[in-house]
Design a protein around this ligand. Structure first.
Ligand SMILES: NC(=O)CC[C@H](N)C(=O)O
Length: 201
């Protein structure tokens, strides 16, 4: 299994460090050809307007959308969640419309723009996940096929899944807890199993 991490901007190095700790082969993705042969892609946190522009400049939008539509696992964290959304509350950045969710950027305002929260995550045992939110977005519309994996105490969805796709508003790569990365690897191994070697998948 090989996992790609979009490496044009943001905290891709932290995701790669977690994947290495889990002994997973990984690849930094900067160009469309780097997507070939990977079983899953992580779109990291960072700054979504920059991410959006760089994805256009490097011609990464179409191939990433095609990969998601082909059933490969794709996971967006924070700015990555914004990029996977169908729509956001602003005109810029331009999201990829991969997941059937609406997202509000910088949903927690300027004064309290960063916080930590223990979350119960559906499918993750045992015990809560310590989630770090940094100028985080929030899901403000959930499509019919989208499952909430975790919500804040006020009910706002901050981890969601739609088949082979997932998005988290927080930064699991900044903690020592590897359970969400493992969860993503399970999704990726299912998409790997679904596509015969050399086949169309
Ligand atoms: N930690 C993050 O990825 C922050 C996301 C950032 N606030 C944005 O809108 O792009």
């Amino acid at each position: 299994m090989k996992i790609g991490v979009l490496a044009v901007q943001g905290d891709f190095a932290e995701h790669i460090a977690v994947l290495r700790r889990l002994n997973v082969e990984c690849r930094e993705v900067r160009l469309p050809e780097h997507l070939e042969g990977i079983d899953g892609l992580i779109v990291p946190g960072g700054e979504s307007t920059t991410l959006s522009r760089l994805m256009s400049i490097y011609h990464l939008r179409e191939p990433v959308v095609a990969m998601a539509q082909a059933g490969k696992a794709v996971w967006g964290t924070c700015a990555g969640m914004i990029m996977l959304a169908h729509e956001i509350t602003e005109a810029d950045p331009v999201p990829l419309k991969i997941m059937d969710i609406g997202v509000q950027r910088n949903a927690f305002g300027r004064q309290i723009d960063s916080f930590e929260q223990d979350l119960d995550i559906r499918g993750l045992e045992p015990g809560p996940f310590h989630a770090i939110f940094i100028r985080a977005p929030v899901v403000n519309r959930l499509g019919a096929q989208v499952k909430t994996l975790a919500a804040l105490p006020n009910g706002q969805a901050v981890a969601v899944r739609q088949g082979n796709l997932m998005a988290t508003a927080f930064h699991p790569e900044l903690t020592d807890d590897t359970r969400l990365h493992q969860y993503f690897l399970d999704l990726a191994s299912r998409s790997e199993a679904a596509s015969p070697p050399g086949g169309e998948g």
